[in-house]
Ligand binder design. Structure first.
Ligand SMILES: NC(=O)c1ccc[n+]([C@@H]2O[C@H](COP(=O)([O-])OP(=O)(O)OC[C@H]3O[C@@H](n4cnc5c(N)ncnc54)[C@H](O)[C@@H]3O)[C@@H](O)[C@H]2O)c1
Length: 261
């Protein structure tokens, strides 16, 4: 029998086309943070589903074709103007850029708070704001990377938790505005628990005993393992697709049962 872990490693698209859930043929989707674990998996999944990806990140990130610092309004203006010239519209936006910084309310300094808010929340606001006019042209969908920590608290990731709470409610506000248009602009939040990749490695690596911390993170997840980036990517491609036409303003935990307790 195939284990959960083996199944997730096989990947949705490795299954010879069977169970193909989402079709993004001819859809143009901008992805931020596309050099990261989740953003990179999302970009690959969109391509596999037939879509065209504009993969953006900071200059330092690998595998991206568009420079976009999500905290800079001028970058959003440049990138969206360029998309309008080249394509005339957008079908989707995935706001995947983000950072996590460990620290309780007592240990988080104001500069760190502002940096986390600037990337995670301001960056998502600017993305929704500047992509919206392009998405409105033919209807489209936004997927914001929130987190389980946008739904429940954590004593030791204070700024991150607050930023993701903001992303989840920003999502609902954008969704309600987008629902007024015909065709509509949908907006949903994906809320992963800990996913294999640099972010979790950095969180654990910043502590005295990284291995013990990794084990503690896994112990919090009823399914008993970290998530895989491609599992999050499949949910994102579904939410971008027309199969999700009646879904907007929702938070989607993808967390191995963490928030079920
Ligand atoms: N990894 C997890 O366990 C996890 C869990 C829940 C939610 N998330 C969220 O999913 C998203 C993606 O996480 P990931 O695991 O791929 O992280 P990652 O660290 O692998 O990638 C994040 C990417 O964001 C980019 N980035 C950082 N600052 C930026 C800026 N100012 N402008 C543009 N890009 C910038 C980085 O260069 C990097 O490529 C984040 O929003 C994160 O908060 C991750």
């Amino acid at each position: 029998m195939t284990s959960d872990r083996e199944y997730s490693k096989m990947g949705h698209w490795g299954m010879k086309g069977r169970n193909r859930l989402s079709d993004l043929k001819d859809k143009i989707v901008l992805v931020t943070g596309a050099g990261g674990a989740i953003g990179g998996a999302v970009a690959a999944a969109i391509r596999n589903a037939g879509g065209t990806v504009i993969a953006s990140d900071l200059a330092s990130a690998k595998g991206t074709d568009t420079l976009l610092d999500v905290t800079l309004e001028a970058d959003w203006q440049r990138v969206t103007a360029d998309i309008e010239t080249r394509h005339g519209h957008l079908d989707g936006l995935v706001n995947a850029a983000g950072i996590a910084v460990v620290g309780s309310i007592e240990k988080t300094d104001f500069a760190t708070w502002k940096r986390v808010m600037s990337i995670n929340l301001d960056g998502t606001f600017l993305g929704c704001k500047y992509a919206f006019p392009l998405l409105r042209k033919k209807g489209g969908a936004i997927v914001n990377l929130s987190s389980v920590l946008g739904l429940v608290g954590s004593s030791n990731l204070t700024a991150y938790t607050a930023s993701k709470g903001g992303v989840s409610l920003l999502t609902k506000s954008v969704a309600l505005n987008g629902a007024r248009y015909r065709p509509s602009v949908r907006c949903n939040a994906v809320c992963p628990a800990f996913i294999e990749g640099a972010m979790v490695d950095d969180i654990a690596g910043g502590t005295k005993n990284p291995q013990a911390v990794q084990q503690r993170l896994i112990a919090d997840i009823p399914i008993g393992r970290l998530g895989q980036p491609d599992e999050v990517a499949k949910l994102c491609t579904y939410l971008l697709s027309d199969d999700a036409a009646f879904i907007t303003g929702a938070d989607f935990p993808i967390d191995g049962g963490l928030t079920a307790r």
